[in-house]
Design a binder for this molecule. Structure first.
Ligand code: HEM
Length: 164
């Protein structure tokens, strides 16, 4: 049982590293660097979309693993609703779950924004400059929000761990 708990927490930690590390890398390292790689907004957007798609291949499974292992870690608390609002641990866990839901919503908006037909329009240069700029700002804003919410989720994990 103890070994199972440790292995489940290990999976939770690996998935958290992939999700948070990957989001920070894309938002803070790659996005600003793109200006030096391509002069055109189309070029930058198209690289960003392709990198995002590639990242999703490990990012989405990581998010699913985080949710499943997170539910396993929380089973003792979730089963007793009185513990959710009756203890600090329960309240922090509740806030963490809400933030994860917010993260999923941000992610869903992000995926909708860069669906395949939009990518094709970017590549065929059939979007106006204004439209492209708006799309770029929205993608950057959603990327930043993903990083901020993910980092706050880590703060909640740290509060849970230290038993504040
Ligand atoms: C983006 C999503 C998530 C991230 C980045 C994340 C991150 C982490 C990290 C780094 C820890 C380790 C803290 C420690 O050392 O104990 C942790 C623990 C934990 N997580 Fe998550 N987590 C996420 C999602 C979830 C979800 C969805 C749930 C619940 C449904 C959850 C429930 C828990 C619980 C109960 C612990 C154990 C805390 C303890 O008592 O030590 N997590 N999480």
């Amino acid at each position: 049982m103890l070994l199972t708990d440790a292995l489940i927490m290990w999976a939770h930690l690996i998935a958290a590293s992939i999700w948070v590390g990957g989001s920070i890398f894309i938002g803070i390292v790659l996005a600003p660097l793109l200006k030096t790689i391509s002069d055109s907004v189309e070029g930058r957007l198209s690289i960003m979309i392709r990198v995002g798609r590639r990242f999703n291949m490990i990012g989405v499974p990581s998010l699913i693993v985080l949710i499943l292992t997170g539910i396993y870690n929380s089973v003792g608390i979730i089963e007793k609703p009185s513990m959710i609002f009756g203890t600090n641990y329960g309240i922090v866990l509740f806030v963490k779950i809400i933030l994860v839901i917010v993260l999923i919503v941000i992610f869903a908006i992000h995926v909708r924004l860069i669906r395949t037909e939009v990518e094709k329009k970017i590549e065929s240069q059939s979007l106006s400059g204004e439209h492209l700029q708006k799309l770029r700002s929205k993608i950057i804003m959603l990327g930043r929000l993903t990083v901020i919410v993910s980092v706050v989720i880590l703060l909640m994990a740290s509060l849970l761990h230290s038993g504040v």
